[in-house]
Ligand binder design. Structure first.
Ligand SMILES: C[S@@+](CC[C@H](N)C(=O)[O-])C[C@H]1O[C@@H](n2cnc3c(N)ncnc32)[C@H](O)[C@@H]1O
Length: 270
């Protein structure tokens, strides 16, 4: 199962045509804008590791805003596009599960935007949190988003996925996509996982071809605490501030601002 989640998701992120889909993006989403506002001047003095940069959307606004920027993604196809866009910046093909290229307590801030952390198995997610905590300086900040388990997801056959239109050519294309989604969903149905703490769902991303980690805000806070982070804030998709104990049903994703515990108050040593 572990191999399935890793392999199935890598097949999508490593594909050149998928990487090209991300090539034009360059602006922050509302939750990122809210977090940038919250960070204020701290960003301009910070060394920043941007993980899962894709084709460089976050590079476009984070690199000029911080003091020292490094971007990584495990997809060479994504890194190739990002490098073509930002040829002078240090952008490397690297997996978040192994950050051994970075020294302990060497970075002020780590970003892992747009749910990039959701495409590895549960044990690997914990390993990533451990790695990020290791390379962050005490009180260093970790900003990321993750799929929200409290938000309802629709099955592949739901009429909402059909996206009706009066344009016959467009409708024919959408119908093919809809049927492809149903076939993919049937294929991946048995690979889904549900536990009290998290779920791995085959959601609508890329026509139901991926296995994606979903977790509620409450459980994510617990996971961060157990991994040596204190949570400073949560944001919904419109950039609205969420309460720590809020059951947020209004969006498929939640953004988190977490701080590495300064002292040895976590299960991992400082
Ligand atoms: C949803 S895309 C987001 C891309 C970009 N951050 C953005 O906001 O446009 C997720 C990205 O995370 C990367 N990713 C997923 N798992 C990763 C891992 N273990 N290590 C490094 N990158 C990873 C994928 O290759 C992909 O580019």
């Amino acid at each position: 199962m572990k191999e399935d989640v890793t392999y199935i998701n890598q097949r999508i992120w490593f594909a050149e045509d998928i990487a090209l889909e991300y090539a034009r993006e360059q602006t922050p989403v509302p939750a990122e804008t809210a977090i940038l506002h919250q960070l204020g001047d701290t960003l301009q003095h910070a060394s920043l590791l941007d993980i899962g940069i894709g084709a460089g959307r976050t590079t476009a606004f984070l690199a000029p805003a911080c003091n020292q920027y490094v971007g990584i993604d495990y997809s060479q196809a994504m890194i190739d596009i990002a490098t073509a866009r930002f040829p002078t910046l240090p952008l490397h093909q690297q997996d978040a599960r192994d950050l051994s290229a970075f020294a302990e307590a060497s970075v002020d801030m780590v970003w892992f935007s747009y749910n990039g952390i959701d495409y590895v198995p549960h044990e690997d997610r914990l390993k990533i949190l451990q790695e990020i905590r290791r390379i962050l300086k005490p009180n260093g900040l970790f900003i990321f988003s993750s799929h929200n388990r409290d938000h309802k997801i629709y099955p592949a056959y739901h009429w909402k996925n059909l996206q009706l239109t009066l344009n016959p050519k467009r409708m024919a294309r959408r119908m093919i996509g809809y049927l492809t989604g149903i076939i993919n969903a049937i294929k991946h149905r048995a690979q889904q996982i549900q536990t009290d703490d998290y779920a791995i769902f085959n959601d609508q991303a890329h026509h139901y071809t991926m296995l994606t980690y979903y977790i509620s805000g409450k459980k994510q806070i617990e996971q961060l605490n157990a991994s040596g982070f204190a949570v400073e804030g949560l944001w919904g998709m419109k950039g609205e501030r969420l309460k720590d104990d809020e059951v947020y049903v209004g969006g498929y994703s939640i953004y988190y601002l977490a701080k590495r515990y300064q002292n040895n108050t976590s299960i991992f040593s400082n």
